[in-house]
Design a protein around this ligand. Structure first.
Ligand SMILES: [Cu+2]
Length: 292
């Protein structure tokens, strides 16, 4: 019991460990900051997630280095050379060690809490988790914040079922497709639902993962900021062909390509859109569309 005391013989070890720790931590932090973190930057929201992951990895690096360093160092310098078993000095009741332990841990945890709260309260995170009860097809101004057509969110209904996704565009007469097309730099409001059992819509590169529950209109926001293809898969085990709910043909395209594509879709869908409402949570695709 009593004051923390460092044996004279231990000082070189402590100095050496401190130097090794600082050097390896610095190298480690520089190294992990070079990594391109998932879900990358195809959408503004995905970029935020990647930034948070990068920060947390950098913060964890000194802790990881300290643990590995002490294990390796101890294995090298303090390995048992005699057959005699000797207990080390007891740590229980060592007040300075306890205070240091609690203080350092508390600083880490509080810092992470502040970073986490700041990230979650940011506009982009708020967009991504969405707000319940918003009606669709009314030209809602959520997320984009602007009043002009440029910033008006495009609504897309994501309909999951065993075993594929269908997408409907209520702003364009409810046209329907099995591959998700989105224009670049344009806020999108996703309405995720399911026709049968629980699925999960996961557009990994866009940073969107949304539960698809029957009878629930789950609202998410995303703003793609890079053109290119992306993958959509189901991330909720939903039966025999769950693995079939993967689609690599999602596309983020520029505005004119999107306009051309949606015009073509509207033409193809014209006959159907006369009898099917542009949006309905109870909507079921026509049997002929299934499996296409
Ligand atoms: Cu599934």
């Amino acid at each position: 019991m009593g004051a923390f005391h460092i044996e004279e013989a231990d000082r070189p070890h402590i100095v050496r460990l401190a130097i090794i720790w600082v050097i390896l931590s610095a190298i480690g932090i520089v190294g992990v900051l070079q990594i391109n973190y998932p879900p990358y930057d195809q959408s503004i929201q995905g970029q935020d997630q990647a930034g948070t992951l990068k920060l947390l990895t950098a913060l964890a690096t000194p802790v990881f280095v300290a643990v590995v360093m002490m294990v390796v160092y101890s294995a090298i310098y303090f390995r048992r050379t005699t057959t005699e078993l000797v207990d080390g000095p007891p740590m229980l009741g060592n007040t300075p060690v306890q205070i240091a332990w609690v203080t350092i841990s508390a600083i880490f945890v509080l810092f992470l809490a502040v970073v986490g709260i700041a990230t979650l309260s940011s506009e982009n995170a708020a967009q991504l988790v969405g707000a319940p009860g918003r009606s669709i097809g009314t030209g809602g101004q959520t997320g984009g914040g602007g009043t002009g057509d440029e910033n008006k969110e495009i609504h897309v209904q994501v309909i999951a079922q065993q075993w594929y996704f269908t997408y409907r565009y209520p702003d364009y007469g409810g046209v329907e497709t099995t591959h998700l097309y989105l224009p670049v730099n344009h806020p999108v409001e996703l309405h995720v639902t399911s026709l049968d059992i629980i699925h999960s819509f996961w557009a990994y590169q866009l940073g969107v993962k949304a539960d698809a529950n029957p009878g629930v209109d789950n609202i998410f926001h995303v703003t793609p900021q890079k053109t290119g293809s992306f993958q959509v898969r189901c991330s909720e085990l939903c039966g025999l062909w769950h693995g079939n709910m993967v689609d690599s043909e999602g596309q983020v395209v520029n505005q004119s390509d999107f306009d051309t594509w949606i015009a073509q879709q509207q033409q193809d869908f014209a006959a159907i859109s006369k009898v099917v409402p542009s949006y309905a949570p109870y909507y079921f695709p026509l049997p002929t569309v299934k499996g296409s």
